[in-house]
Design a binder for this molecule. Sequence first.
Ligand SMILES: NC(=O)c1ccc[n+]([C@@H]2O[C@H](COP(=O)([O-])OP(=O)(O)OC[C@H]3O[C@@H](n4cnc5c(N)ncnc54)[C@H](O)[C@@H]3O)[C@@H](O)[C@H]2O)c1
Length: 311
Amino acid sequence: MSSYDKVRTQSKVNEEHYKNTLARIEQIQAQFKAPGNGKLKGKVAVITGVGSLKGIGRATAILFAREGVHALYLIDYDGVNLPDLKSTIEGKYPGVQVTTLQADAADEAAISAVCERALKEQGRLDIFFANAGFASRDVLANTTVETFMETMRVNALSCFLAVKHASAAMLKLNPSGGKDKTGGSIILTASTAGIRSGAGTIDYSASKAAVNSIAKTSAYQLQRTDIRVNTICPGLIETGMTGDTFEYARQRGTAGKIGQLNPLGRFGIAEEIANAALFLASDDSSYVNGQNIAVDGGLSASHPVVPGRWA
Ligand SMILES: NC(=O)c1ccc[n+]([C@@H]2O[C@H](COP(=O)([O-])OP(=O)(O)OC[C@H]3O[C@@H](n4cnc5c(N)ncnc54)[C@H](O)[C@@H]3O)[C@@H](O)[C@H]2O)c1
């Protein structure tokens, strides 16, 4: 086969694979809309970073509502899409109490206040999903001290504050409100960039490695409280954060190549990360603690995939 024929064959294979990817994603989105199973019935949850229409935080808020969560406190520093999220959830799941707050997830006063508010209004806090984050773009030589520190502040400090204040709230008992033992689930969004290089800038990767470490150390320090702390390490997910990359590839006709380096050979969607957050939030993960769980199509488990090569 000439090299031209090889390229043509490979691009046909890619096209076919992309069609399969789109069909698979449609199937996952349909499953997401199925009725819930009450896995979070009666629970009270805080989620940060919910403001992006295609984001992981928004998808998780909707999934938690589907699963019967009692009350949601939803935070983003960008308030534009918060009213839409509130009305979407209340329209579909009228039993869920939704409070939206425009606040910085790395502001200690705001995070301490939301935990206090959940205790005051609901008598308990069961779940804190610290998901707010942002990705910087500069290469090493152009990364300033200010950028480095701001990335650490937003991505890592926000998770430290979540663990500190959510765990304090989860230690509070309220026997008449049905909480007679300490406990809860704290979930932090890290990244595959926090496990290996090649998936983000220096400051972003360092901040996500810090998030992975925060989960391990806090799980140790919260021993014997039944408060579990875990991270999710997403791979390449189509959200507001990565939207430009996807748009650019679609315009160039190279969308079939997105995600091809991982063993599943495709990108992921926010709903797939939300499903992992639900697992960690619910009793399904009652013995999972201090873990950094990659949800990345196998990216962090593999050398870069070479299509057609099996070893
Ligand atoms: N999309 C990916 O491929 C990917 C991969 C690995 C990790 N992540 C992580 O997933 C998390 C969610 O990101 P996403 O992909 O849904 O992106 P997104 O941009 O769609 O959503 C992130 C949301 O966080 C909010 N936010 C940012 N800084 C904040 C702050 N200081 N306080 C409050 N809100 C803030 C933004 O306004 C936005 O609504 C982030 O922590 C991100 O680092 C994403």
